[in-house]
Design a binder for this molecule. Sequence first.
Ligand code: F6R
Ligand code: MG
Ligand code: MG
Length: 366
Amino acid sequence: MRITLSVIKADIGSIGGHIAPSQKLLEAVRVHVRRNGEGMLADSYISHTGDDIAILMTHSQRVGSEAIHKLAWDAFLVGTQVARDQGLYGAGQDLLKEAFSGNVKGMGPAVAEMEFEERPNEPFLFFAADKTDPGAYNLPLYLAFADPMNTPGLILAPSMAKGFKFVIMDVSHTGKDRIIELNAPEELYDIAALLRDPERFVIESVWSRQTGEQAAAVSTTRLHNIAGKYTGKDDPIMLIRVQKDFPATGEILAPYAIGHFVAGCMRGSHQMPLMPVALNSGISYFDGPSIVSCAAFAMREGRLTEPRDAFDHPFWRSVQDKVAHKAVDMRQQGFFGAAMLPMSELEYTGISEKMKRLEARFEIRD
Ligand code: F6R
Ligand code: MG
Ligand code: MG
């Protein structure tokens, strides 16, 4: 059976600043999707990570379906009204366009979708991150799909021996998508050369070279490119099919033990370590730290099992402690050097306004 997985997420309002949506808001989105998705959706799952609500849908409408995108857009509109009624902060903040025009891409919400022939058993993972951008997944995807030091399956499993194809997007390019396809392992150094710059080059999808099947889909929205101004970080979502011809769940999860530094956190303008957290977590310290959650599912004819919380396990406690220490260490250097993002990524305009004023006061000394 051919199935499409679509996940569409947006920040449409939050309690106490940018922490988490209210239960009433989540319920409004859930009820809208359940009522209006009847007959079209095989299943759905509504969750939040930090201040972002994600609507995961399974269906046969294919990738980029207007009906599916409209269902999510309308759910966010209904939710925004609830957010306004409750006085939530940033009500409707990711809905950047007035009228729906066929597809939520370019309208503010983030989208990750893939379509495939469902296997007799279909394990997959749904990742959602808050207070960071899609480049946050570059390192874990590189390790999981291209590095046998992380993924022994690349040398042990014959079905993975040919490696994976990476589709990488230049997210600094506005207008039409600018992408490149590169094959691991042959073009590993080219892949590495691009992925080292996660603010510009972002993995959009990963494909098995053995079967041609899609393994991963990442949302690649850059909100400030749509709005022309800062509207919050992009807070990326990702779908990954696992096992057999794809890496095992544990191989996909392993890189998150690093707690690597990503762009985001306070005012979307810092480098902070990424903390793996339980499903439906909020944020806290320094509007962060940047967080990532992972719901694991099995699926049959589009019907989902309950989500299994992949980071809710004793192993991740010491990782969370390590990440908290890394975060505090980095915060000790405040705005200096590596702690704050470079000028081009500072999404509030305060510094550039100060620079303009100060430029006029610089003098050349004889
Ligand atoms: C980061 C984020 C928050 C806000 C910060 C200030 O993506 O959402 O760190 O940038 O709380 O928010 P405003 O400007 O809405 O007061
Ligand atoms: Mg967010
Ligand atoms: Mg937000």
